[in-house]
Ligand binder design. Structure first.
Ligand code: FES
Length: 139
């Protein structure tokens, strides 16, 4: 192999290795994280034993890819449950009033916005509407 050919091959190999490193470091989110549910429209019966957690402030349940939380007897919130970093299910922390992903420590506000990373994008927020003891959750 000639010296010029060797240097050319070495340069190409180095460039490819650097490109690989750059791509790896730029990927802050796992492409396998499930997309937030779309077309959401379901109703939760608050008198059902399956939904007992929603009878106390700070209580939460998981349903159809969402986490639903009771803030007060007239206020509920619903967010996509998959952390936007790598998809771990987030949990509401009543004492802190926000959502924690236990995998790497991301926190999200009750609107779904990122309080601290490594997650870089918000959880999706859904509408809620309380009618009597029926809680409708919808996009
Ligand atoms: S999966 Fe990494 S912070 Fe949630």
């Amino acid at each position: 192999m000639e010296r010029n050919e060797f240097l050319k091959m070495l340069g190409t190999a180095s460039l490819m290795a650097c490109a690989g490193c750059a791509l790896e470091s730029c990927s802050s989110s796992d492409p396998t994280v499930p997309a937030p549910p779309t077309g959401v429209d379901f109703t939760i019966d608050l008198t059902s034993s399956a939904n007992t957690a929603l009878t106390a402030d700070g209580g939460s349940i998981y349903k159809n890819g969402l986490v639903i939380v009771r803030i007060s007897d007239t206020s509920y919130i619903a967010l996509s449950q998959a952390c936007t970093h790598q998809g771990t299910t987030v949990a509401f922390q009543p004492s802190a009033g926000n959502f924690l992903c236990s995998n790497h420590g991301s926190r999200f506000s009750t609107t779904g916005s990122v309080i601290n990373g490594p997650a870089a994008s918000s959880l999706k927020r859904y509408n809620t509407e309380l009618t009597g003891t029926d809680l409708r959750v919808f996009s």
